[in-house]
Design a protein around this ligand. Structure first.
Ligand code: NAD
Ligand code: GLY
Length: 361
C-alpha cells in the first residue's frame, strides 16, 4: 500500500509517496520529469543495491529521447563537500543537461543533500526528485528542500533551499540498511516527537521493539507521522524565518559534535541523539522543563541503542566555538532549540556560555 502526502507550497507543491516497491514503479514518479535529461546520483553502497532498479524503471517509462546518466559518489559524510558537488555538476555537463533536466537523488541524506544542491546550482536551478533509501532521509532530509554540503568550519554551511519535484520513499530499501543507520534514523523520528507531539513520543516508547525489528506497519506509521509533521512546518515557514528552526532540536550541539569528531566518526543521527539529551539537560538546568522529561528522553534513546553523552575526547570549549558558527545564530547570540517538556520545543536566545559549558562538561 502506498501513502501519499503533500508539501503544499502553492505552484511548487509536491507529493511524498511512501510504500514498498516504488523505485521500480516508474508510473508513480515518472511524471515529475519534465525535460529530456535525467541524471541518477547515488553512492557506492546504494548503487549496487538499487541503481539498476531505478534506471530500468526510468528507461521503461521514459520516451526514447530521454538521455540518462548515472553518477556514483563515494559514500559517507566525509565526502559531503564541494568536490562531490563538482562531480555532480561535471556529470550534468557531460550529459548536456539543459534547464529542464532532472536529478534523481538515490540514497541517504548525504546523497540527497549533495544532489539537491547540484540541482539548485546547475543553470540556477533544475528539477530534482528525492529517492531516500535511509530511514533518516525518509523522515527528514528528503523533505523540505534544504540542500548543501559541509565546510571544514561546520556542517551544512554551504547550501541552498531548493524544493524537490517529488519525494519517493521505497520502504523495501530499508531491508538492507545497516542496524546502526536504522538507529540513527530513529533519532530524527524521536526528534519529531520531542518538538511537537507528546502522543507520538508515547507511541514510540511503546513501539521501540517493532521499529528495531523493521516491522512495516510501525515504520510506515513513523515515517508518515514525521513527513506530515515536517510538511506542515515547511508549508508555514519554508525559509526558516521562525518555526522551522524547531526542526533543529538537538542539532546545534549535534552539528558541533559531528564537526569536531571529524565528519563521519559520529553518524548524524547519533550526534543529534546526544544533542537532544544535552538540550533537555540544559532546559532542566534553566528551569524551563523537568529533569524527569530529560530522563524519559534518555531512556527512549538508550532503548533504541543510541549514544547519550559527549565523547570524552571532544573538548567542551572547542564544541562551544563550533556552536557559535551555527546557522541559526544572529550576531553575538547563540540561538538554541530547547523545550518546555516533551512535545513543546521552543527557540531560546540569550543562553550564557557558562550554562552551555555546564552541560557540555
Ligand atoms: P548517509 O546518506 O551517509 O547514509 C548512511 C549510510 O547508509 C551510507 O553509507 C549509505 O551509503 C548507506 N545506505 C543508504 N541507504 C542504504 C540502504 N538502503 N541499504 C544499505 N545501505 C544504505 O546518511 P543519512 O543518515 O541518510 O543522512 C545524513 C545526512 O543527512 C547528514 O549529512 C545530514 O546533515 C543530512 N540531513 C539533512 C537534512 C535536510 O533537511 N536536508 C535533514 C537531516 C539530515
Ligand atoms: N532538518 C531541518 C530542516 O529541514 O529544517
Amino acid at each position: 500500500m502506498t501513502a501519499t502526502l503533500e508539501v503544499g507550497l502553492g505552484n511548487r507543491r509536491y507529493p511524498i509517496r511512501i510504500g514498498a516497491g516504488l523505485l521500480a514503479d516508474g508510473a508513480a514518479w515518472r511524471g515529475a520529469i519534465r525535460g529530456g535529461h535525467a541524471l541518477i546520483v547515488t553512492d557506492g553502497n546504494v548503487a549496487p543495491l538499487y541503481a539498476q532498479r531505478l534506471r530500468d524503471a526510468l528507461v521503461r517509462t521514459a520516451p526514447p529521447t530521454l538521455q540518462t546518466g548515472t553518477l556514483i559518489l563515494p559514500a559517507g559524510e566525509a565526502h559531503k563537500n564541494l568536490d562531490a558537488l563538482a562531480h555532480v555538476l561535471d556529470a550534468l555537463a557531460r550529459l548536456g543537461a539543459t534547464r529542464d533536466a532532472c536529478v534523481l537523488a538515490l540514497g541517504g541524506g548525504v546523497v540527497g543533500d549533495i544532489a539537491g544542491f547540484a540541482a539548485a546550482c546547475w543553470m540556477r536551478g533544475i528539477d530534482c526528485i528525492q529517492f531516500p533509501t535511509t530511514l533518516l532521509a525518509m523522515v527528514d532530509s528528503s523533505v523540505g528542500g534544504k540542500t548543501g554540503v559541509d565546510h571544514a568550519a561546520g556542517k551544512n554551511l554551504i547550501g541552498a533551499f531548493h524544493q524537490p519535484r517529488a519525494v519517493v520513499a521505497d520502504l523495501a530499501t530499508l531491508t538492507t540498511l545497516p542496524d546502526r543507520e536504522l538507529r540513527a534514523g530513529l533519532a530524527e523520528v524521536v526528534k519529531t516527537a520531542c518538538i511537537g507531539d507528546a502522543g507520538f513520543f508515547a507511541w514510540l516508547e511503546a513501539h521501540v521493539d517493532p521499529l528495531l525489528a523493521r516491522a512495516s506497519d510501525a515504520l510506515t506509521h513513523a515515517i508518515t507521522t514525521c513527513c506530515r509533521f515536517k510538511a506542515g512546518i515547511v508549508e508555514r515557514d519554508e525559509r526558516e524565518a521562525g518555526e522551522r528552526a524547531l526542526l533543529n532540536f538537538g542539532h546545534t550541539f549535534g552539528h558541533a559534535l559531528e564537526t569536531e569528531a571529524g565528519y563521519g566518526a559520529l553518524l548524524h543521527g547519533e550526534a543529534v541523539a546526544i544533542g537532544m539529551v544535552l538540550s533537555a539537560d540544559l532546559a532542566a538546568r534553566l528551569g524551563m522543563a523537568t529533569a524527569a522529561d530529560a530522563d524519559r528522553l534518555r531512556t527512549l534513546l538508550r532503548r533504541i541503542g543510541l549514544p547519550l553523552a559527549r565523547p570524552p575526547q571532544l573538548d567542551p570549549h572547542t564544541l562551544l566555538a563550533h556552536m557559535r558558527l551555527d546557522k541559526k545564530n544572529r550576531a553575538g547570540d547563540t540561538r538554541l532549540i530547547l523545550w518546555r517538556g516533551i512535545g513543546r520545543a521552543e527557540i531560546t536566545t540569550g543562553v550564557a556560555d557558562a550554562a552551555l559549558l555546564g552541560v557540555l562538561a
